[in-house]
Design a protein around this ligand. Structure first.
Ligand code: MSP
Length: 500
């Protein structure tokens, strides 16, 4: 199986914040899960570098747009490194490969008769890089950014989106699971049923964009170039075999604010270019800070690198994945991260690891015994693995982690009821400890997509050779894989308890 997953490409007017990290970590965990499941994975992220918003940010900082984009894109690359994001490709929309793909794709749409010249007049929000209808405004302001809109008038090329209403509805009918969760699918359907107007897709007011191949006085509107990144990266127009390997079976992870672009425009653009629409659109909610969307203009940004310095990368990744069901809004607070850290990581996982390794040291001479095939934990682990597989298949990392932590909890409970630290060394103690080691081995495999570093550390301390990433689920997560006879190391606490 192949698994192609994408994040939105981030605007380079803004430095990475925890809202961006939320969407990228989610995509990373999905990519890692599919690698563990043995799929061939291609994980794409990148930066969106054209448009007025970027040009103005550059100007405000006394830089040329390209210079500014280079600088900010580097911040994203750096942040994703800190967060151990395992992308296969980082696309920047100012790269020559993207210019070529955009020009080919849109030339095709033009040749197919879906682009024509007209005059556009409208209210424009620079922060959205999008026109607004009068009826959408709140007190005359953009409803998303609460900033004034500007009246723009230009000669533009238009994409005949209005020609695609019926075809889009048909496509949605034939692909009932294309957009998840279903509430977001309904939102997309609502937009289509509300009537589609043609959209202006070029600008003459700026040069900061991809030149229109048949009329170089125009550049493409930033959204129109940005969406095409998803096909640029897999060789659209240049490598048909590679393109066919990954398309249309893509999984686009997107925020709820960009549904219209991805669930209405993009499928229609694909149809117009003679390409199949993207197969899966997964909509995430927002990470809120005190009920507000985190953003540059809101002045409420939290920087991922600061959190990593404070809590460690895996604690941050775990919190992002565990506390916000995919599709819902999440709330970010330091209290929330600390509470999750102490309960799940320090107490549950950290304690289990420390306990098991210590008692293996004192009762088994530091050599791990094999698991008991008849342990109660074997039944728990089997059920947990099934649930975890189902949760990832539904793209619900929080459920996968919840189930995994049940195995940790049950293993701790088993130790508490049998108290191997009080018993004399012998087969009964070996059986309990061997089963606890086996549970930890399975936990290390299942938690790897969320916490790669911690999983590798557990793996190593249990004396297992190689890396958990080389494992294959669900097969390698079946009960009985811990061989016994391996040297177990106690090591420092994985997650020292935090007081603040
Ligand atoms: N450049 C466009 C996307 C083009 S994709 C072809 C864009 N960029 S963005 O940087 O503004 O936002 C990118 C993604 O980050 C969006 O999905 C958005 O929802 C997400 N987030 C930005 N702030 C967020 C939060 N506070 N919380 C969660 N996600 C948020 O839109």
């Amino acid at each position: 199986m192949t698994f192609y997953v994408t994040t939105p490409i981030y605007y380079v007017n803004d430095v990475p914040h925890i809202g961006h990290a939320y969407s990228t970590v989610t995509a990373d965990a999905l990519a890692r899960w599919h690698r563990l499941a043995g799929d061939e994975v291609f994980f794409l992220t990148g930066t969106d570098e054209h448009g007025d918003k970027i040009a103005r940010a550059a100007q405000a900082n006394g830089a040329q747009p390209q210079e500014w984009a280079d600088r900010t894109a580097a911040r994203f690359v750096e942040t994703w490194k800190t967060l151990e994001i395992s992308y296969d490709d980082f696309i920047r929309t100012t790269e020559p490969r993207h210019y070529r793909a955009v020009q080919q794709f849109l030339q095709k749409v033009h040749d197919n008769g879906y682009i024509e010249l007209g005059i556009y007049r409208g209210l424009y929000c620079v922060s959205c890089e999008d026109y607004k209808k009068e009826s959408e405004l709140v007190d005359g302001l953009c409803p998303i950014h609460l900033r004034p809109v500007e009246m723009l008038e230009e000669e533009n090329y238009f994409f005949k989106l209005s020609a695609f209403g019926d075809r889009l509805l048909e496509w949605y009918e034939e692909h009932p699971d294309a957009v998840r969760p279903s509430t977001k699918r309904n939102e997309a359907l609502g937009i289509i049923k509300g009537g589609l107007e043609d959209i202006s897709i070029t600008r003459t007011s700026t040069r900061w964009g991809v030149e229109v191949p048949w009329d170089p006085a125009h550049v493409f509107y930033v959204w129109y170039d940005a969406l095409i990144n998803y096909v640029t990266a897999i060789g659209y127009g240049e490598d048909p075999d590679r393109f066919a390997t990954w398309w249309p079976a893509v999984h686009h992870l997107i925020g709820k604010d960009i549904i219209r672009f991805h669930c209405v425009w993009w499928p229609a653009m694909c149809m117009a270019a003679g390409v199949d629409p993207p197969a899966h659109l997964l909509v995430t909610g927002w990470l809120l800070v005190s009920g507000e969307k985190m953003s540059k203009s809101g002045g409420n940004q939290v920087t991922p690198a600061d959190l990593v310095a404070e809590y460690g990368v895996d604690a941050l990744r775990y919190h992002l994945l565990r506390d916000t069901p995919l599709g819902s809004d999440g709330d970010f607070s330091y209290e929330g991260v600390t509470a999750r850290y102490n309960a799940d990581l320090a107490n549950n996982l950290g304690n289990l690891m420390a306990r098991v390794c210590t008692v293996v040291g004192s009762k088994c001479g530091g050599v791990g015994p094999p698991p008991d095939p008849a342990s109660r934990l074997a039944t728990v682990a089997t059920a947990v693995v099934t649930e975890v597989v189902a949760a990832w298949a539904q793209s619900q990392p929080h459920l996968a982690l919840e189930a995994t932590w049940r195995l940790i909890h049950e293993t701790n409970a088993e130790l508490e009821s049998t108290e191997p630290w009080k018993a004399d060394p012998g087969p009964a103690v070996d059986a309990v400890l061997g089963s606890a080691l086996e549970a930890l081995r399975i936990v290390a495999l299942l938690a790897w997509p969320a916490m790669p570093g911690t999983s590798a550390e557990i793996w190593g301390r249990l004396g297992l050779p190689g890396e958990p990433s080389a494992g294959r689920v669900p097969g390698d997560a079946s009960w009985g894989g811990y061989p016994g006879g391996l040297t177990v190391q106690r090591g420092a606490p994985l997650f020292p308890r935090r007081t603040g």
